[in-house]
Design a protein around this ligand. Structure first.
Ligand code: NAD
Length: 411
């Protein structure tokens, strides 16, 4: 980050404060909503031959005003306290926006997940869980997968939690279906992103069928977003992951490459750089990898008409302002990728009830509730004559502020 750039947490708080002022909230309430309830930083010694390497891990709990804190855990070399704070805060606004009874939290470990063996990954998540077990639990704080972690990682987390605290599969979501996971959770974030992209086009009377889509990221979010975009009739013309990207103007057959772990060995006539896909001409651009990828360095070269944020915070506030001024419609992360936490909510409730839904019911519930959130944000943007991000924050900040004030005890 250069000195002129705002920190990720400061960027989220700018939106929270803007919404707070528009809603006429008291200054103290705005300050409370801009702060995190609890931040825990731990060291994680990882065996390396006959020595150890000490990693840093985090869990930040931003708010419990509307329910137990909820949020993923990320393994990435760039993880730091500021990023985790920002992501924890975004979870508060996301869970409020889709109206599920959760607050917000986030966790992470500063480590390059691509360089870890399976055993190392297991060792790290077990240690992370042991160190944080006192603040976790199905009615306290419920982790889920994020960048660099997956269903297998959540299975280890659950297993470690069970050893320490006894059986409670609702202590974590995004687990494998074989181990108390919910059929439909894995695809939920990407499915939601694609559905929201289609709904956004429809709202503007743009034809969904044949609309061109470019996606950065071919992990959990990116690959399911690509698949469902294709199922909805859109044409995915480019995809990229950390190894680089592929282009096919006629439309990539996403289904045929879906099982490839990486795009590195996928056959393609044309290849492109991992970040260069962002600058391709298309109807819908879906950044679904890292934060901050669209910023003051590249916003002038963005050619998409719509940007649907699959990743968290992929666009800096400055780039967001500039792009909107040029007529680009931006669907914010707290709406676009909320299908993940919606799916986590379904998994959590099923675990608590020891009951399981068929995938068809999961998908129907997800689609209906995402549509409702989308409509609420659209109506709010019209009511206040604001962009979709500001509207989304207005809805969620109002809900959290009401819960915060009604609780009385101030948490
Ligand atoms: P993942 O680890 O499954 O996949 C990440 C993808 O990004 C991989 O394909 C990786 O190769 C690619 N990538 C990494 N660095 C890149 C680079 N420099 N250039 C291009 N591609 C790069 O992670 P995920 O779960 O799909 O999460 C992706 C984003 O979506 C994150 O911002 C995450 O916070 C957000 N998100 C995830 C979920 C979820 O349910 N998994 C929910 C909401 C939001």
């Amino acid at each position: 980050m250069n000195l002129l750039q705002k920190s990720a947490f400061a960027e989220v708080n700018e939106k929270v404060q803007q919404a707070g002022h528009l809603l006429n909230l008291k200054p103290g309430v705005i300050q409370a909503l801009s702060s995190c309830e609890r931040e825990v930083v731990i060291s994680i010694p990882l065996r390396k031959g006959d020595d150890v390497e000490v990693l840093t891990g985090y869990r930040v709990q931003h708010s419990s005003a509307r329910g137990p804190r909820k949020g993923g855990i990320r393994f990435h070399q760039d993880v730091d306290l500021d990023e985790v704070r920002a992501l924890a805060s975004l979870m508060t606004w996301k869970t409020a926006l889709i109206d599920v009874p959760f607050g917000g939290a986030k966790g992470g470990v500063a480590v390059d997940a691509s360089k870890l063996s399976l055993i190392e990954k297991e060792e790290i998540i077990r240690r992370w869980t042991r160190s944080l077990v006192h603040v976790l639990g199905h009615h306290r704080d419920i982790p889920a997968p994020d960048l660099g972690t997956d269903a297998r990682t959540m299975a280890w987390l659950m297993d470690e939690y069970h050893r320490l605290e006894g059986f409670q599969p609702a202590c974590v979501t995004g687990k494998p279906v074989e181990l108390f996971g919910a059929p439909g959770r894995e695809e939920a974030t990407g499915r939601g992103v694609a559905q929201i992209a289609a709904a956004t086009l429809e709202k503007d009377d743009v034809k969904v069928k044949g609309a061109t889509v470019v996606i950065q990221g071919f992990g959990n979010v990116g690959r399911y977003a690509a698949l469902v975009c294709q199922e909805l009739g859109m044409k995915v013309i480019a995809l990229s992951d950390v190894s680089g990207g592929i282009i096919d103007k006629k439309g990539i057959d996403v289904e045929s490459i879906f099982m490839h772990k990486s795009l590195e060995h996928v056959q393609s006539e044309e290849r492109i750089g991992a970040a260069d896909v962002l600058e391709l001409k298309c109807d819908v651009l879906i950044p679904a990898a890292l934060g901050g990828v669209i910023n003051e360095n590249n916003w002038k070269r963005i050619q998409a008409s719509y940007i649907v944020e699959g990743a968290n915070q992929p666009i800096s506030i400055e780039a967001d302002t500039q792009l909107r001024a040029q007529g680009v419609v931006i669907v914010p992360d707290i709406l676009a990728n909320a299908g993940g936490v919606m799916g986590s909510y379904f998994e959590w409730t099923q675990n608590i009830q020891e009951f399981s839904w068929p995938i068809e019911k999961f998908r129907k519930e997800l689609d209906t509730r995402m549509e409702k959130a989308f409509d609420t944000v659209h109506k709010t943007s019209k009511k206040y004559s604001v962009d979709l991000r500001t509207a989304a924050f207005l809805v969620s900040v109002e809900r959290v502020a009401k819960a915060f004030e009604m609780r009385g005890s101030l948490v």
